[in-house]
Ligand binder design. Structure first.
Ligand code: HPA
Ligand code: ZN
Length: 338
């Protein structure tokens, strides 16, 4: 019998969200509200006009639209509202634990204080406890900014060490290899931060970047990273070292006209800790439940494969073994009931 995976099933599954950019959760409604509140002329005044701006077909053209939209984020309260808006959606998707990316340089470079960014976001993570969502923050370096800028950003972050769980790397990968930030990743590790980094799908030198991330820098997870299938030796390394890969169905679909579904199935079958996430849900058409539902239905995943993916999300999260065991038990209980 073919098991039908329903939206109700994927949305209700307890899950860990490990790859969501808070700036990528800025919905058109909130964008317009903040533009008005802060008197920022964004050139759009209706939801339809904002949606018209969502035109891109590769990483660079997406990033242009994405950074432009951030101009509406000005005050600590704006960052709080942005994160709270997202966390309500996360709760509806039964996200039990989330490690949220944020890009301080996208804001400090516009004159917004680092303190306003981190304090607004952090306050929302505290209030999310009332929604039954355990939320943490991962600070990303923008890889198209200089090494110096990354160094200054990490120095600033040290003042807020208790509010930041890890350090990541995002933005335009072309000509910005991970080794550009080798020193800052070493320093972040010494300071006790977890580390992860993007290896976007099908970039020039994808495999070289993934190899440096795993074998030299020593990241614990790779964001996207599905090009690893091209190198069986690196796949073995990822399995042995329990490296988490965070694949994002809907953003893959948008930017690469394929969802990396075959790669996800292959890596899952080989025992890689791969899981499904939402990346920039306000831009790519869906939150985490939709990302699971889409890959499950388009690639005929079995229930067991979907369950394995969500279990991987908890297993590759940065929480204690005791907490992992509790969440995994919740997954088993949910599955037994559905
Ligand atoms: N890749 C790189 N940078 C990003 C992304 C992404 O998917 N989303 C937001 N910034
Ligand atoms: Zn991303």
């Amino acid at each position: 019998m073919v098991e039908e995976i329903t939206k109700e099933f994927t949305h209700g599954l307890p899950k860990a969200e490990l790859h969501v950019h808070i700036e990528g959760t800025l919905e058109p409604e909130l964008k317009l509200k903040l533009a008005k509140r802060n008197h920022v002329n964004i050139g759009q005044s209706t939801i339809e006009e904002v949606k018209e701006t969502l035109k891109f077909n590769n990483l660079a053209s997406f990033l242009d639209v994405y950074y432009e939209a951030m101009n509406v984020l000005q005050t600590e309260q704006d960052f709080y509202d942005l994160a709270m808006d997202y966390l309500h959606r996360a709760a509806k998707n039964n996200v039990r634990h989330v490690e949220i990316f944020f890009d301080p340089q996208a804001h400090t470079s516009r004159g917004v204080a680092f303190a306003d960014v981190i304090n607004g976001l952090y306050r929302a993570t505290v209030d999310a406890r009332a929604l039954n969502v355990d939320a943490r923050l991962i600070m990303c370096f923008l890889r198209d900014f200089s090494r110096d800028s990354a160094r200054e950003t990490l120095e600033e972050a040290l003042k807020y060490k208790d509010k930041i769980l890890g350090v990541g790397l995002d933005s335009d990968e072309h000509n910005n290899p991970p080794m550009k930030f080798y020193n800052q990743f070493c320093k972040a590790t010494e300071e006790g931060f977890h580390i992860t980094a993007h290896a976007d799908p099908d970039q020039p030198r994808s495999i070289e970047h993934i190899r440096d991330l795993l074998e030299v820098i020593g990241v614990e997870r790779v964001d996207h990273g599905t090009n690893i299938v091209e190198d069986p030796d690196l796949v073995d390394y990822a399995v042995k070292n329990e490296i988490g890969l965070t694949s994002c169905t809907l953003s893959n679909n948008f930017l690469n006209a394929d969802m990396k579904g075959k790669e996800v199935i292959e890596l899952l079958g080989k025992g890689v800790k791969i899981s499904i996430h939402s990346d920039d849900p306000a831009y790519f058409g869906g939150y985490i439940g939709d990302n699971y539902y889409t890959i499950a239905t388009k690639f005929d995943l079995t229930r067991d494969q979907v369950i394995k993916l969500v279990k991987n999300s908890f297993e590759s999260s940065w929480i204690s073994d005791e907490q992992k065991a509790l969440y995994l038990k919740e997954v088993d209980e949910y599955v037994a009931k559905h």
